[in-house]
Write a protein that binds this ligand. Sequence first.
Ligand SMILES: Cc1ncc(COP(=O)(O)O)c(C=O)c1O
Length: 517
Amino acid sequence: MAVNPPNPLDPGPEQSPTSLDPTDWHSLRAQSHRMLDDLLDYVEHIRNRPVWRPMDQQVRDVFRAPLPQRPTDLPEVYRDFSNYVLPFATGNVHPGFMGWVHGGGTIVGMLAEMLAGGLNANCGGRDHAPIEVERQIVAWARRIFGFPEEATGIFVTGTSLANFVAVLVARRAALGATVRPAGLGAAGHRLAGYASAAVHGCLPRAMDYAGMGSNALRLIPVDNNHRIDLAALRSAIAADRAAGWVPFLLIGTAGTVDIGAIDDLASLADIAADEGLWFHVDGALGALGVLSPEVAPRLAGLERAHSLALDFHKWGQVPYDAGFILVRDGALHRETFTSQADYLQRQPRGLAAGSFWPTDFGPDLSRGFRALKTWFTLRVYGTDQLGAVISHTCRVARHLEARIAAEPRLELLAPVQLNIVCFRYRGPDPDALNSAIVADLQESGIAAPSTTRIDGRLAIRAAIFNHRTTVRDVDAMLDAVLRLGGRRAGSHSRTAARTEARTEAQTEAQTEAQTEE
Ligand SMILES: Cc1ncc(COP(=O)(O)O)c(C=O)c1O
């Protein structure tokens, strides 16, 4: 039988035979609505859940399943998400989460994430509206932080990367254009940077990645309020110059990770100007404090920084991740990262047009649409409301501080300056005791603070970043600390008494035996 040859002009079916789109849009739509409703329920009723739950082996085993070669129905995969992922998340949506520096996120941010996922925009460059959204955030960031028109900025994962970008721009400013092709060795300089001993660990790492080495970041002692000691800083710079180093970078912290201390940014700006240093501010957790009328005056000098790193995903309540870097000298920022490639040629018109290509301002080429959730957050809430959240979290922290100060069983380990409270339960072997209390507390599901060390002493650290957290939540946390601490200290003293009694009995028995011998 003769077979007709394929007709090259036949357009074929509209949908590619390998398309991953659904064949049944109706049921997909119903499933999508269910998923959205479930997440809305999750956030609405978050208080009915434990803050965090440990995973047992059965849960972990779900994530050891072999690579799926064949398809699985979406509802089945979603069931696994509902049963094994959602209940075992970090917990920072919950108002009882007070660990590390985690923002709470919002429904608005979540919806924006969904929209961004639908557009699947690649924000490395090109001429499309998602780039305009990011440009708008850059313009708003200039306004928020008092930076000039020529300042440029981009989104990155978090402040760790934003700080790294800043160190690279500062390095380019110090060594000129040749540092990019020729590397550090060609300049023959030993560059030194300065920050307080309370600086976040990502900054020594940034110095390491940038080729200067982490030791080239001098960690200057802090005063009683954990702010960089200005006299010690000046001496360190002078000593380095005398020893042949080239000081190039001064880093101020707007909100230290341990206790939220804010360096004297105005004095640091003066010193940087006198010494000819690049002045960078790590504002990961504190920079957005400028939106709060109570916090803003303490950030004076931030507007003089050459570069500023911050996270919208912390106090800004934007869902993860939304780190941001702002650089005063946009031309220098661009010169630090831009490069030529035939496949990335800019054109005067068409999709390859557009003057702002974020890939020219950072290490990433492919980038997601982080700007959208920030744009929604800023527009839906406005800076006044976000500032009010910031003020509120500081008030909750002060309430916690007052309760601790009034409670003889507890000890405050550092002055409360923003929204972070470090304290501990008094008792025998306090480091082990407080570490156990925190683990007990996390496992109880009541609250999730974390720990740090203040002057070598282990502290319970409650950082109030979530807009949902109220004084009732910190009261519940503190009541649980007192309960768990009392139980543990009590059992510790009972165990100690038993051990003492056993030791005494053994000593007596040995003495008797020796006497008999
Ligand atoms: C002061 C400070 N700098 C930098 C970072 C790092 O930020 P990210 O975790 O977004 O990379 C943090 C994180 O908590 C921080 O508190």
